[in-house]
Design a protein around this ligand. Structure first.
Ligand code: SF4
Length: 347
């Protein structure tokens, strides 16, 4: 049997499935209720590069502490960066604040995807998703999940960059004028729960009749993407200065990787081989093993050192209480846990 190539009836079938199977998520209200653009925006920013289970507690903490975009706009930078610690991709947190302040200054979110795209940190997918979910604009929101679902539905075999354009056009052609936000969320839910990357559950899928990949019998082979080059490995040292139950932390420069976040002092991170160990001050440094962390463009192997010290090293920094939430990005929280026998864990 061949799959139906005419996708015009797909939205009504998908929405029927969504009405029975929508996930309950902290940023969603009951189906059909008007949605708060602040909560939609915050969830979409947190979900960029982050899974739902990891993002959900952060979303709840943020909305408890800053219930509106005006509250967030008025928050000190350090409080927001600290609350974001452990969520990764810290440029998002800096843009989040910039965006909140612009929205507060203009008296609310723009109500179109074109207007939303003018704001910091909002790209085409996020703009489409917010416009559809919060403002009922019939715009297409195509993320990795939707790409995967449509690559399978259409059994696309060509060059991936071209296929993405074809997918965007196919989705845009069928976004319904009624319930465009539910349609966007239904596609997200289908990609997250049924048409998953490694094991699509075609038996439970409401779209089987449209799916060319299923008809072929091997949907996992889609989407066909070029092989990724191996990530380079960088090496460095992290220095854990301990004094009376406290650890010495520094603030990273505002721009760049982990910009503006609290950190352990480290030297350069060098590709290919471990740089020479150059501690920030003389002390009885003890090697505490190595931690590994994967960033978007490289993997990092940090050699961790710890020493008890009687004073702070030169330069700006703070003594942070070891017994409290560190507010550190995951890579440094892992290094600190390694040096202190696991008294602090990454969030
Ligand atoms: S039938 Fe299978 S491969 Fe096709 S969209 Fe549904 S879950 Fe994905």
């Amino acid at each position: 049997m061949t799959a139906r190539s005419d996708l015009r009836e797909l939205p009504s079938i998908l929405l029927g499935w969504f009405d029975r199977n929508a996930r309950v998520l902290p940023w969603r209200g009951p189906i059909g209720m008007k949605r708060d653009p602040y909560r939609v925006w915050l969830a979409e920013i947190m979900l960029q590069q982050t899974t739902v289970p990891h993002a959900a507690p952060y979303f709840e903490a943020f909305t408890r502490r800053w219930p509106s975009v005006n509250d967030l706009a008025a928050a000190p930078d350090g409080d927001v960066m600290r609350a974001w610690a452990g969520l990764g991709y810290y440029a998002r947190a800096r843009n989040l604040l910039k965006c909140a302040r612009q929205v507060a200054a203009r008296g609310g979110f723009p109500e179109t995807s074109a207007g939303l795209r003018e704001l910091p940190g909002i790209g085409p997918y996020t703009a489409g998703a917010i416009a559809a979910i919060a403002f009922d604009e019939p715009s297409a929101a195509v993320d990795g999940n939707v790409d995967r679902v449509f690559a399978r539905l259409m059994a696309l075999k060509g060059e991936w960059a071209q296929e993405k354009k074809q997918i965007a056009a196919a989705v845009a052609a069928i976004v319904p004028a009624r319930r465009p936000g539910d349609f966007a969320e239904a596609l997200m839910d289908l990609g997250a729960t049924i048409c998953t990357p490694a094991a699509p559950n075609c038996l439970l899928c409401p779209l089987t009749e449209f799916c060319a990949a299923r008809t072929e019998g091997n949907p996992e082979r889609y989407p066909i993407k070029p092989a990724k080059p191996a990530k380079p490995v960088r090496f460095g040292h992290a220095w854990v200065h301990l004094r009376e139950g406290k650890v010495w932390l520094v603030r990273r420069p505002p721009e760049g990787l982990l910009g503006g976040m609290l950190a352990l002092p480290t030297g350069v991170w060098q590709e290919g081989a471990l740089p020479e160990a150059q501690p920030p001050m003389r002390a009885d440094w003890q090697a505490s093993g190595e931690v590994r962390h994967v960033f978007t463009h490289f993997s990092l192997r940090l050699s961790v050192w710890q020493a008890g010290v009687s004073r702070a090293p030169a330069g700006e920094g703070v003594w942070a209480d070891l017994a409290q939430e560190s507010g550190l990005p995951t890579v440094f929280a892992k290094a600190l846990a390694q040096a202190t026998g696991g008294t602090i864990r990454p969030r």
